[in-house]
Design a protein around this ligand. Structure first.
Ligand code: GDP
Ligand code: MG
Ligand code: ZN
Ligand code: ZN
Length: 493
């Protein structure tokens, strides 16, 4: 972990420093005592050297030098005292010091062990909670994906990375300014201001949410922008009936409100010129849920699917939980020719991009991003949504009419299975078998849908969407553990 602007926790540094200081000061004390005893011995030796000769000489010559004899005894006493003291220090004091130092080490070791155990448990709980709940964030600016953002100290504004139980703090980390920052979502980490570790963009909810990223893929003018805007509005309207709480959460340069208002009055949104993924984010969670789901629908100009470098630069695809592919039925050439007998395809702003080309470009980009070979399957769910289904002739081929007709003459489990059957039949019989085969062989699970974001061509009257919320809800249901819409689909996902 890189150095943090915080104090290292007592159990990871201070405790050892204290231990070292105590042991050091104890043994320094012993050292001075030994020096003291040695000094006493030397002093006694000096006395003896000075008086021992005269005392002994006096005894032998019978001219007793009482002072020398007295001093000699004093010297001998001092020598005995010094040696005794030295022995006491060497044996008793040192062993008592060693004993108390060992006791200190043992007590500290036990306390440290408990602290480390709590630290590991707390660290594990935090990591497990984030892992099981799939808590992570996608940056709407640089498209990076991260499990924990960078947190900002509320007092001094310093940036704290890796704010989880660590050597800087188990429950809390003490910033160098003295402010204590919580290290898990359980004790308030999510309330801190948070930023993207890569570009510094603000992160919502302090990163405490389940981020579901769904890129919307499709050729130029296939209807992506209209679909996204209408789908979000429709989800907002139907959320209460599904016992879900919905809230739109705008990002910088967000044009959802503007697009939605315009479409309500019959105006088309401006064509997307951005060659980078544009994140439209909203919350969709069970009522009163503590942990919210932040859904990102990502739009991008269709031109990006004709340029491999541009597409490869959109790293957001790598972190997609699912894909939503918008297919303009009018881009199916055989159908367009057939339809042109009753209406002008130009009025539907039809897409000129071939379905299989857009798909292969996306697949080869994803294979590169995930470093998998073309033989492997992408472990993602994809919803394939036919747009502009208000165009004449579509309903009887793949729409409600076609599904109802099939159900009347066949025994089936669910409308969604039938939807797949009729759409697959349509693609095969209108010359798009190649697209269908690639789709089915490359993605783990594919579900077809039909929709109309506008309900009719632009004529000044408000647009009325149909079937736009289902594909998005289907993908959200498959990606969010907390959302269960199985009743709506009538079959197991
Ligand atoms: N009739 C009809 N036309 C649509 C519908 N959705 C999109 N269009 C037309 O398709 C054009 C391109 O749509 P847009 O959402 O901008 O496509 P994008 O380039 O994929 O984002 C629009 O200008 C509309 O004319 C729809 O549901 N019905
Ligand atoms: Mg667009
Ligand atoms: Zn601080
Ligand atoms: Zn970023």
């Amino acid at each position: 972990m890189q150095k943090q602007p915080a104090y290292v926790n007592y159990f990871f540094k201070g405790g050892y420093v204290d231990l070292w200081r105590t042991v050091k000061s104890t043994f320094t004390y012993v050292k001075y005592n030994i020096i003291d005893a040695a000094h006493d011995i030397a002093n006694a030796w000096f006395y003896l050297a000075l008086y021992f000769g005269s005392a002994i000489g006096g005894i032998f010559t019978f001219s007793y030098d009482w002072e020398a004899i007295g001093q000699t005894f004093k010297g001998l006493w001092k020598l005995a005292y010094g040696i005794g003291k030295l022995i006491c220090i060497l044996v008793l004091t040192t062993s008592i010091c060693i004993m108390f130092s060992l006791l200190h080490v043992v007590v500290l070791a036990v306390i440290m062990l408990i602290a480390y155990l709590l630290f590991l448990i707390w660290l594990g709980i935090d990591a497990l909670y984030r892992g099981i709940k799939k808590i992570s964030s996608n940056c709407p600016n640089c498209q990076e994906h991260f499990s924990l953002p960078v947190y900002i100290c509320p007092d001094c504004g310093e940036e704290h990375t890796h704010l989880y139980p660590s050597r800087y703090g188990i429950w809390k980390r003490k910033c160098l300014c003295g402010c204590k920052l919580p290290t898990t979502f359980f004790n308030g980490r999510g309330k801190l201001e948070a930023r993207c570790p890569s570009c510094g963009t603000d992160v919502k909810d302090g990163g405490n949410h389940v981020d579901v990223c769904i890129p919307v893929v499709g050729g130029r003018s296939s209807g992506k922008t209209c679909f996204i805007s209408q789908a979000i509005t429709a989800i907002g309207e139907c959320a209460p009936s599904l016992n879900l709480e919905y809230e739109y959460s705008a990002t910088d340069y967000d044009d959802y409100e503007q697009n939605a208002q315009g479409m309500e009055q019959g105006y088309l949104p401006d064509a997307t010129s951005d060659l980078r993924l544009k994140y439209y984010q909203f919350y969709l969670s069970p009522e009163n849920a503590k942990l919210k789901n932040l859904i990102s629908l990502c739009d991008v100009a269709g031109e990006v699917y004709s340029n491999k470098d541009n597409l490869g630069g959109q790293i957001g695809y790598k972190y997609a939980n699912a894909f939503l592919m918008v297919v303009d039925p009018l881009s199916v050439e055989r159908f367009r020719r057939e339809m042109s007998k009753s209406a002008d395809p130009v009025d539907y702003g039809y897409s000129n991009d071939r379905l299989d080309e857009v798909l292969s470009m996306l697949i080869s980009t994803l294979e590169n991003m995930f470093c998998i070979t073309s033989k492997d399957m992408l472990k993602t769910t994809v919803a394939v949504v036919f747009s502009k289904c208000d165009a004449p002739g579509i309903d009887s081929l793949i729409g409600k009419e076609a599904v109802d007709k099939y159900i009347r003459s066949n025994e089936v489990k669910s409308r969604y299975d039938v939807q797949n059957i009729v759409c697959e039949q349509f693609l095969k019989s209108y010359g798009e078998a190649n697209f269908l085969n690639t789709l089915k062989s490359k993605f783990k699970s594919v579900q077809f849908f039909t929709s109309s974001a506008l309900g009719h061509n632009q004529d000044g009257t408000p647009f009325v969407s149909d079937g736009v919320e289902d594909p998005v809800l289907w993908l959200i249901d498959s990606a969010c553990a907390s959302i269960n819409l199985k009743d709506r689909w009538g079959k197991k996902l």
